[in-house]
Design a protein around this ligand. Structure first.
Ligand code: HT7
Ligand code: ZN
Length: 876
């Protein structure tokens, strides 16, 4: 794996005009014939050869304009096919035949088999595992696909685009032909064949065209696809209403498979999904599952315009489609659900996943300039920070101008493969604003730290806010330029009303957004009648760390009066954090742990405040996680102390608020038939949060056991089980509940994943032995990515005390698993290994153990490029 540099980009020498593929499917010997028509690009050296990519391929035959090609005119290896002496101007046809083995494809990239189904995953570079091809996103062509297969085993033969026709094809076989008229890059190619059940519906587009919608799932699981279908239709409608985007084929298909490396894939007209993000019913799916399904169905559908119609010039531009599409799916969910609650969830996720990435050895810009393995750049920085950068453009320009810029982007670049510069230019042209400094958000890695301090001049009736920004050094970027940071900001009076300053000096301030552009800047707000309480970075308008020393009284005022409910939640979190940090430090020193009364009172008051929606109250009560606390501590982390400190704080809040929590638990029921809507989900969330606190106040599993026994949906059932297992792991109640759960759901893989994950998350040093024992359980399936993530992934990412046990055995266990998984599925191995990214922040004994486990991996001799890239960057 050598390094690929953005600076080396140049267009291909040959233009691909058309692609005709014929697959003769066989589990172990599938024949792929690719007829490719090319012509030399104008101005290209007439002696330049055609270079096609391959990956573990073997060539079976090669024709040039239908004739066999003389061996001296080409060179072939498993990784490339080079053809020489090609026509100077006229188009020519290359017919490549390869034989591939889907059954042996354990990487799940290219054409593979899962539960007897043929399926493909081509992003980013999987197509080259099917045939020799210019496998890069700036090569766009229309595709015709013919699929031939055994009829009984594969009644279903699917590919991209519109169905052309099908018929019998010799004894026991049949074929189907598909044509996709929209020029597309190879990473959007898809093929599915097998025997599946289907749910069908239709959608009438804004111009009156009827589109057939089909969701394919395993036979018998059709009823569990109803919610996904509903989410799809809502997504299609939303994209028409909000962005004016209409669907562009006669049919839109989704196929759910059980072995998949990521969440889902936006192949043109034929999305392929991890079945975890399609299948749901009340008995087996949690409210979080429903919300994820809605978001991912929307995300993949939205790619039809942001990614497919307009695609990336090269993989450095990945955020062009991913950041933008995440922004679009966030907006969709905000419109479908509660905007502030959705924003809180987004920011929690960003801080717990992206901030550690941006602050550690794997930090990279949203638009990187080099990579060794592109699979390792499907990161939370590209996706989530990329989305935040898009959101900031909308904040800077205002909603209407942002939409104008998007319109320009769709008009100007439809059918093209473009760059971030092309994207940003549309917003410059739409607004007349220079976005050069703003673009640093794409190029500079690291989370900016903004330090704020305020002072009020009663005589002048003015308030000065001094701001300083600093972006920390990250790998390859020792120094940083000041960024353009849009800070949504408001000033509040003691009675909770908002000040409207007469004028502002020292910074641009319009529409309640303050533009911080210099390294240091002082904004002076005039006409402020009394000392204001400032709310900075409302709605999390910029993805920054903010240091602002606000008194508990000021924070309590914001928690009570802010009109932006995200900011209310932020104020409550800012009240909680110092308590949790102090508790962790005190626990490490064996000192008594005590919590500030203002914080406890404010939190319990918020919990009981009926003017606030239940989902918001649940978010407010969910304290920062142990990983969040560790990140805020920054260095010398002892996971046991963080855990002990947080537990002690939970107990103090629980005891002080026992009556409130008991009342909420009784009140927040959801009578009648189960509904996954956001409002009902919010009531369940608040009720379950109350149950968690009660488990601390009551120190007995009785109430959780009763909740487990009485649950009529998976949200309540799995929450009760988690309390039993995590809080009372040695109790008879926990053991019995785990067993009941297993025997009831052992035939449902997605629920079995939950059973593994709940146990992998049980805190404490005993977790490792439990995880090892679970790996021997007959239900454990080492080759299934969902199962691996639920057991090993939850242990490594979600169990700081178990994974980080003091003797380093957790890290060594992970290293051995990585080496094993890497043999089959490098992408999965590399992703699980990123759980080690914050190892340098650990206290020294654990850090030493972590380093030596990483070095064990590094010295193994047959590492994949994926794992080698991650381990070397993590150790650097
Ligand atoms: N665009 C898709 C990314 C994806 C992927 C990437 C690498 C290897 C396997 C993969 N499966 C899906 C998903 C998305 O962001 O929409
Ligand atoms: Zn995506």
């Amino acid at each position: 794996g050598q390094v690929i540099n953005l600076a080396d980009y140049r267009p291909t020498d040959f233009v691909l005009e058309r692609v005709d593929l014929t697959f003769e499917l066989d589990p172990t010997e599938t024949k792929v014939e690719a007829r490719l028509i090319f012509h030399r690009r104008e101005g290209v050296d007439p002696s330049a050869p055609l270079i096609l990519d391959g990956d573990e391929l073997n060539l079976s035959s090669l024709l040039f304009d239908q004739n066999e090609l003389a061996p001296e005119r080409y060179t072939v290896t498993p990784e490339s096919l080079v053809i020489r002496d090609l026509p100077e101007t006229v188009p020519f046809e290359v017919t490549v035949t390869t034989i591939i083995n889907p059954e042996a494809n354990t990487q799940l990239m290219g054409l593979y088999r899962t539960s007897g189904i043929y399926c493909t995953q081509c992003e980013a570079e999987g197509f080259r595992r099917i045939t020799y091809f210019p496998d890069r996103p700036d090569v766009l062509a229309p595709y015709t696909v013919n699929i031939i297969a055994d009829k009984d085993a594969n009644p279903l033969l699917l590919s991209n685009g519109n169905f052309l026709g099908g018929a019998g094809y010799g004894p026991g076989k049949h074929f189907a032909a598909w044509f996709d008229p929209h020029p597309k890059p190879s990473y959007l190619f898809a093929l599915v064949a097998g025997d599946l059940g289907v749910v069908e519906d239709t959608f009438t587009t804004m111009s009156g065209r009827e589109v057939v919608l089909k969701i394919y799932v395993e036979h018998g699981k059709e009823p569990r696809a109803a919610y996904a279908m509903d989410a799809l239709k809502r997504s299609m409608k939303w994209d028409e209403e909000v962005f004016g985007r209409e669907y562009d084929l006669d049919i839109f298909m989704i196929v759910a498979v059980s072995d998949f490396n990521m969440g889902a894939m936006e192949n043109k007209g034929l999305n392929i999904f991890n079945d975890k993000y399609v299948l749901a019913d009340p008995e087996t799916a949690t409210d979080a599952d429903y919300a994820n399904i809605e978001a991912i169905i929307a995300h993949e559908y939205f790619h039809n315009w942001t990614g497919n119609r307009i695609t990336c010039r090269d993989w450095f531009q990945l955020c062009l489609k991913e950041g933008l599409t995440v922004y679009r799916d966030h907006e969709f969910s905000s419109d479908q659900r509660s905007r502030p609650v959705k924003r809180i969830a987004e920011v929690r996720h960003l801080k717990s996943e992206q901030f550690p990435e941006d602050g550690g050895p794997l930090a990279h810009p949203v638009r990187p300039t080099k990579y060794r393995e592109i699979n390792n750049f499907y990161t939370t920085t590209v996706y989530e920070k990329g989305s935040e950068v898009t959101r900031m453009i909308a904040t800077l320009l205002g909603r209407e101008t942002f939409k104008k810029g998007m319109g320009l982007y769709f008009d100007r670049h439809d059918g093209q493969a473009v760059t971030i510069e092309d994207f940003v230019k549309c917003f410059e042209d739409a607004s007349g604003r220079d976005l050069a400094q703003f673009s640093l958000w794409y190029h500079q890695a690291g989370t900016p730290l903004v330090t704020a301090s305020g002072s009020y001049d009663a005589g002048a009736k003015s308030f000065s806010l001094s701001l300083e920004q600093m972006t920390p050094a990250t790998p390859g970027q020792p120094t940083k330029e000041p960024m353009h940071i849009p800070l949504s900001l408001a000033l509040f009076a003691e009675d909770g009303s908002k000040f409207e300053p007469a004028s502002v000096d020292g910074a641009e301030y319009a529409g309640e957004v303050l533009h911080l552009t210099a390294r240091t800047q002082t904004a002076v707000f005039h006409g402020v009648a009394s000392r204001p309480v400032v709310s900075i970075n409302r709605s999390f308008s910029a993805p920054i760390n903010l240091h602002f020393d606000q008194s508990p009284a000021d924070l309590a005022l914001l928690a009570r009066y802010e009109t932006d409910h995200f900011a209310r939640w932020q104020a409550l979190t800012d009240l909680a954090l110092p308590n949790l940090l102090k508790a962790a430090r005190d626990a490490r020193e064996g000192a008594p742990i005590v919590c500030e009364q203002t914080f406890v009172d404010t939190l319990i008051a918020a919990a009981a405040d009926e003017s606030l929606e239940p989902a918001f109250r649940a978010q407010a009560l969910a304290l920062p996680s142990e990983s969040d606390i560790a990140r805020e501590l920054g260095s010398n982390i002892d996971p046991d102390a963080v855990h002990a400190g947080r537990q002690a704080i939970m107990k103090q809040i629980a005891e002080a608020g026992k009556a409130t929590f008991a009342a909420l638990y009784d009140a927040m029921t959801t009578p009648g038939e189960f509904s996954p809507d956001a409002k009902s989900a919010g009531r369940r969330a608040l009720r379950n949060t109350a149950l968690t606190y009660l488990s601390y106040a009551e120190s007995s599993p009785a109430r959780a056991k009763a909740a487990f026994d009485g649950a009529n949906n998976m949200t309540d059932l799995s929450h009760a089980l988690t309390i039993l297992a995590h809080r009372f792991p040695d109790s008879a109640e926990a053991k019995a509940a785990l067993e009941t759960f297993r025997s009831r759901f052992q035939d449902n893989a997605l629920v079995v994943d939950k059973w593994f994950a709940i146990q992998a998350g049980i805190p404490g040093p005993g977790a490792l032995d439990r995880v090892k024992a679970l790996m021997e359980n007959p239900l454990f399936k080492r080759t299934n990515p969902n199962r691996m993530r639920s057991l090993v992934g939850t242990f490594a990412f979600g169990n700081p005390t178990g994974f980080g046990r003091a003797d380093g055995e957790g890290y060594r266990f992970l290293a051995s698993q990585i080496l094993d998984i890497d043999q089959r599925n490098p992408q999965l191995a590399a992703r699980l290994l990123t759980s080690m990214r914050s190892w340098r922040s650990l206290e020294s004994a654990r850090a030493d153990h972590a380093r030596s486990a990483l070095m064990e991996i590094e010295k193994a001799d047959s590492l994949s490029t994926d794992v080698r890239d991650i381990v070397e960057r993590t150790l650097k």
